[in-house]
Design a protein around this ligand. Structure first.
Ligand code: FES
Length: 106
């Protein structure tokens, strides 16, 4: 299990354990994290699993590329540290990952 801290839109911090091999989005949905809608179920076609990666984790998580980068353009208020959480696979190198969920999803 990997510990991830999600900062919900109202600033509430939720730290939960997510199984390796799952996506960061699945970890949010299965733990009832508010603000991750995930309308498309992880198919990289809705941008409602958008989140901002904490600066210290940007290198470990890596940038959005390809279809994900295209979809982020449809998210509300995209930023350089934006990722679609359904496209981030949880692994041991992400132990302690922290991300913030935007106030609104596309
Ligand atoms: S869940 Fe739809 S793009 Fe991530």
């Amino acid at each position: 299990m990997v510990t991830i801290t999600y900062v919900e839109p109202d600033g509430t911090e939720r730290t939960v354990d997510v199984a390796e091999g799952r996506s960061v989005m699945e970890g949010a949905v299965s733990n009832g994290i508010r603000g991750i809608v995930a309308e498309c179920g992880g198919a990289c076609s809705c941008a409602t699993c958008h989140a901002y990666i904490n600066a210290e984790w940007l290198d470990a998580v890596g940038p959005a590329e390809g279809d994900e980068a295209d979809m982020i353009e449809f998210a509300l208020d995209p930023r350089p540290n934006s990722r679609l959480t359904c496209q981030i696979e949880v692994h041991s190198g992400l132990e302690g990952l922290r991300l913030e969920i935007p106030a609104e999803q596309a």
